[in-house]
Design a protein around this ligand. Structure first.
Ligand code: SF4
Length: 407
């Protein structure tokens, strides 16, 4: 595997924790800001020092082609703080010419001036956490912003994109929400299409352990869509966005031509990446490593890294174990429109040709329904109904691997 050329930086701070969120997050309160003396500012400053130390003491590597600052709510950082992080990456790795530098922003946590500040310091792609255009839904999700904040933020992004200061931007929405009807979701899609973001990420709601939503579900208060409606929502998403010119290049991601996220593609291609920050996962040479999810644990991990021996360079990367785990490779492959090159994977791992025939038999029903295509080496789920069953197909593939892949 080539040395990684992508980096993810986790900014864990949020104003408050949304009801569905189980990310590694530190809620600082609604008045928090990075301005000196503001609530939360000292915590943010201390964390950024740790993050920069972690980057400086990491192994060196070639210049980065993609950088993604996610969270959390990275728009809690000032433009100077974002600029300093980018400079630290520049000093450690370098940024390749034309590198894609993405920043997640939440409506109601930045203004136009701040947006321009980020762009001046090297950010060229924005991912906007809109989630919904419906105020009642935003309240139900525990979000801090409302539709008016979202529309204002969209206006600023459109303006900067039009004037060339911003290469691309993306809007996040959540589908499959409690009580959601097909008609309501259609209105959400219409509002999103009208905003004309070059990229749209549409995530299915997942009720995660430890969240407010999980507690509501346990008390019977969460009216989630049945499987049929969930499949209809997904189908409508693909159909309406397709008709509006968006290509679905991955199960949750849709883009106008030329606007697919290069950083996302790194995760799904099986290439490695650096991950820095509390709770961040990195897989520089295929071997996944997760940072501690608490401030204290992360601070300790950074101290240990700093005091360890001189950091190795990418040239010292281990040769063994340089592939992502098979379940990751299969899942990312099945989620992508282009599928997974299972023939090549089987040859690479020394499987007999009969192994693939056995898998094809195992998935005969899915193939007969036209949901799974096998074209030469490549196995591909047909969207949207095929992509909707990617987890079930993955389970079959892993069960097959238990039988055929054991040494
Ligand atoms: S803003 Fe995003 S990261 Fe923060 S709590 Fe809400 S969903 Fe989680």
């Amino acid at each position: 595997m080539r040395p990684p050329r992508s980096a993810y930086l986790h900014i864990p701070f949020c104003h408050r924790r949304c009801f569905y969120c189980d990310f590694a997050v530190v809620p600082l309160g609604d008045r928090a800001s990075a301005e000196p003396g503001a609530p939360g500012s000292a915590s943010i400053a201390a964390y950024l020092e740790q993050l920069q130390s972690e980057i400086r003491s990491s192994p060196a590597g070639p210049p980065l082609s993609t950088v993604y600052l996610g969270g959390g709510t990275p728009s809690l950082l000032s433009p100077d703080q974002v600029g300093n992080l980018l400079q630290t990456l520049q000093d450690r790795f370098g940024l390749a010419p034309g590198a894609e530098v993405s920043l997640e922003l939440d409506p109601a946590s930045f203004d136009q001036e701040r947006l321009r500040g980020y762009l001046r310091r090297g950010v060229n792609r924005i991912s906007l956490g809109g989630q919904s255009f419906d105020d009642a839904v935003l309240a139900q999700l525990g979000r801090r912003h409302r539709r008016a904040d979202l529309e204002q933020a969209i206006g600023w992004l459109q303006r900067e994109h039009r004037h060339g200061g911003l290469s691309s931007w993306s809007l996040d929405l959540i589908q499959g929400l409690p009580g959601q009807t097909l008609e309501q979701w259609q209105q959400q899609l219409d509002a999103a299409i009208a905003a004309r973001p070059p990229h749209l990420s549409i995530y299915d709601l997942i009720v995660e352990p430890g969240t407010v939503f999980e507690r509501q579900q346990q008390r019977g208060l969460l009216d989630l869509p049945e499987a049929d409606l969930a499949a209809d929502l997904m189908e409508q998403t693909a159909a309406r966005l397709g008709a509006a010119g968006y290509g679905q290049y991955e199960i949750s991601n849709h883009a106008l031509p030329g606007h697919a996220s290069r950083h996302n593609r790194v995760y799904w291609s099986g290439a490695g990446w650096w991950g820095f920050g509390m709770g961040a996962t990195s897989a520089p040479w295929g071997e996944r490593r997760a940072r501690p999810r608490t401030r204290e644990g992360y601070a300790e991990a950074v101290r240990e890294q700093q005091h360890s021996a001189q950091p190795p360079s990418a040239a010292d990367a281990p040769e063994a174990g340089n592939d992502l785990p098979l379940d990751d490779l299969l899942l990312v492959g099945l989620r992508r429109r282009e599928g997974v090159s299972l023939g090549a994977l089987a040859r690479q791992r020394g499987l007999a040709p009969a192994a693939l025939e056995a898998l094809a038999d195992r998935l005969a029903d899915v193939r007969a329904r036209g949901l799974l295509m096998i074209e030469g080496d490549r196995w591909r789920l047909e969207t949207p109904a095929g992509l909707a069953i990617s987890n079930a197909v993955l389970r079959e593939m892993l069960a097959w691997w238990e039988v055929w892949g054991a040494p």
